[in-house]
Every structure is written in structure tokens, then in C-alpha cells.
Design a protein around this ligand. Sequence first.
Ligand code: PAF
Length: 292
Amino acid sequence: MFALNFNNTDMHIFYGKVALIAYLKTIKTTNSTIGFVPTMGALHQGHLALMQRSLKENDDTVVSIFVNPTQFNNPEDLAKYPRTLEEDVKKMRVLSDKIILYAPSVEDIYEGETVSQHFDFDGLENQMEGKFRPGHFDGVGTIVKRLFEIVTPTNAYFGEKDFQQLQIVKKMAEKNNMPVNVVGCPIFREDNQLAMSSRNERLTPEERKEAALIYKTLTAAKELFQTSTPEETIAFVEESFQNNERFTLEYFVIADEATLLPIDHRNKDKNYRAFIAVFVNSIRLIDTISLN
Ligand code: PAF
């Protein structure tokens, strides 16, 4: 089933959980720590930064590469998601041959039933990505819980670009009493400040250049928010995208960072964050910025 030839790599690569779990048992000692970086592959600098941090902070680091079907609400998005295992392995080897890679099949994870478990994340799942991608966070919760059970990490690293996902994973771990420290890591950006994402690979060079408008608008909105109402800030962002026909704004939300609930007025003691989802022609991109 796996035609790729990785014979000249010293990295440990596992395609099945049974072998991975057995191997982790042999390397674990009473006080040793396992860092974990779950990914869907098509690795970019942002992923590599998560791995670097894990390598630095833990005795061992496990990376998973698995395009999880249950978190895609759009079959075309799933079909088109880049799958680049061979290049991904090369990138990881440059970083460190100490990385332990888990690249399971759908069968290894779902055992014949490719369905999500239903979760209650105390409402975190109802906003933004949850609203526009029905079932997405049940899929994320299902796969991350499964991966945490298999890898039993001490620390697990997630990028803040998917801030809502990060909060949901923290909630999932807490509600299931999983002894893992979920660590949020800063967004990695391209030279033009576009947030790094595997989806950027699908943009044309022209679209990639123009997508700089997303972060530019977020920083302008942050500045405006210091002296304006949420409503005025939202109107400014909506107008910025209306003026450019390549872009379709799906949502721009200003929310309380802890509850992710949209706000209509500010309260001095709270932390706020702006969230955005935009189509650049047919490619959907998300980004976020702290407003404090
Ligand atoms: O952020 C991602 O790439 C995915 O949602 C994750 C956390 C690997 C789960 O499939």
C-alpha cells in the first residue's frame, strides 16, 4: 500500500498505531517527555517551527501526518488537499532525524467506521469555523482525541492561526481528563505577512501576492478598534474586501478570546481577538489577530 521508499532515512516512520505504541513503550522512562505535533502534511515553515519547539522542549518528538476525512465538510476540499509525504519526510529529516513520524491510513485510525464522535465544547464550536463548516470541530475533536490516546504526549503543539481549534483542543483535553499540556504557538507568516497555510500552495503567484490584503486589513482593523466600536471596525473590514473582486469575505468577527463569543461593546478587562475567513477566488483562507 505504501509505495514510497524511505530506505535511506534514519527517521522512525510508523504507518500503524500498534507498532508506534510498542516503540513508544520502549523509549519512555518514568520522567521522559513526549512532544507531539499533529499535522495534515504539506509541511511549511509554520509546521517546522512547531517541531523545532517540540524537539527543544521534550526528550522525544512525534509528528503525525494524516489528512483527516471527518473534519472536511466539503468533499472537494478533501480531494484537493495536498498530499506530499515524500517531500514532508525530506523536510523533517533536514530538521532532525530524531523525529518519530506516524503516518497512518484511514483504516488504522477509524477501523472501518469513518465517522466523528459528537462533542460539547461549551459553545466554542458554534462560532466562526463551526458556523461555516458544520461538523468540522467534531472531526477535529475526534482525530485529536484519538491521536492523543495513541501518542500519549506530555506537550502537544498547535499553531495560533487556527485559534478556535486551539481553544477547542484545550477544552477537549480538559473535559476528557487527558494529562497533556496543549501549547499554542505564534503564527508563522510569509514575507508579505500572509499566514502560512498548506492551502497557500493552491494560490497562483498573483493571488498569493494579493492575499497580503488579509493581514494588512487585520492590522488596520486592530488600530481602528482602539478608538472605534466593534460595529465600525467590522464595517471597515467589509468595505475593504468589497472593493476587490478577487476576494469574498465569509466572516470577520471580533470576539472575546476566552469564550469566542462575538462582542458588541468593549470591556477594559477582557482580551479580544479578530477572526477572518476570506475566499481568494476559490481558495478559502483564515487568519486572526489579537486586539489587545
Ligand atoms: O490543524 C490541522 O492541521 C488539523 O486540524 C489537525 C490538528 C492536524 C487535526 O487533523
